[in-house]
Design a protein around this ligand. Structure first.
Ligand code: GDP
Ligand code: MG
Length: 171
């Protein structure tokens, strides 16, 4: 018989890096060039079969990146078991914001939270401002998972959630 496990996952990162688009790709396998910005936070769920016997259900909190919602973020990450901290590979400043969120999580979230640093928009290679090496070595140094994805093409998105799912503690 199948085992089911349920985990809370939060998305954090600067506005417009593509957090909602990554979630939309994962949950609905679709993409839109004209996304409305998230107000407060949005809640979605999606399951992943990690092998023949185990299904993981993610309860996803997609937060808004705007400054005025920043203090609300702790409500969503406080009891999260996993976090995706997203930056845009074409915006160097968005990696600095990601580093801020990672520090915040390491100070305030569950000590066993699984954190993934996720560089989005790999379809825009010609506009790249953050190299894989730079982001990967930062992630390694901080003990984080690291992925590059494109919500637009779907590249890497399923794999990212699956890799997180297999890391989660399932009894
Ligand atoms: P959020 O504020 O972090 O939730 O970002 P959104 O998901 O609202 O996306 C912001 C903008 O970036 C939108 O215009 C999206 O269509 C665009 N976008 C998101 N992901 C990608 C991607 O992988 N590639 C490209 N080219 N654009 C993307
Ligand atoms: Mg959003």
């Amino acid at each position: 018989e199948r085992r089911f496990a349920q985990f809370k996952l939060v998305l954090l990162g600067e506005s417009a890096v593509g957090k909602s688009s990554v979630v939309q790709r994962f949950v609905k396998d679709s993409f839109s060039d004209f996304r409305e910005s998230t107000i407060g936070a949005a809640f979605l769920t999606q399951t992943v079969d990690i092998d023949d016997t185990t299904t993981v259900k993610f309860e996803i909190w997609d937060t808004a990146g705007q400054e005025r919602y920043r203090s609300l973020a702790s409500i969503y990450y406080r009891n999260a078991q996993a976090a995706l901290v997203v930056y845009d590979i074409t915006q160097k400043a968005s990696l600095d914001k990601a580093k801020y969120w990672i520090k915040e999580l390491q100070k305030q979230a569950n000590s066993d939270i699984i954190i993934a640093l996720v560089g989005n928009k790999t379809d825009l290679q010609d506009q790249r401002e953050v190299s894989i090496e730079e982001a990967q070595s930062f992630a390694q140094g901080m003990g984080l998972l690291y992925f590059e994805v494109s919500a637009k093409t779907g590249q890497g998105v399923k794999e990212c959630f699956k890799q997180i799912a297999v890391k989660l503690p399932i009894e």
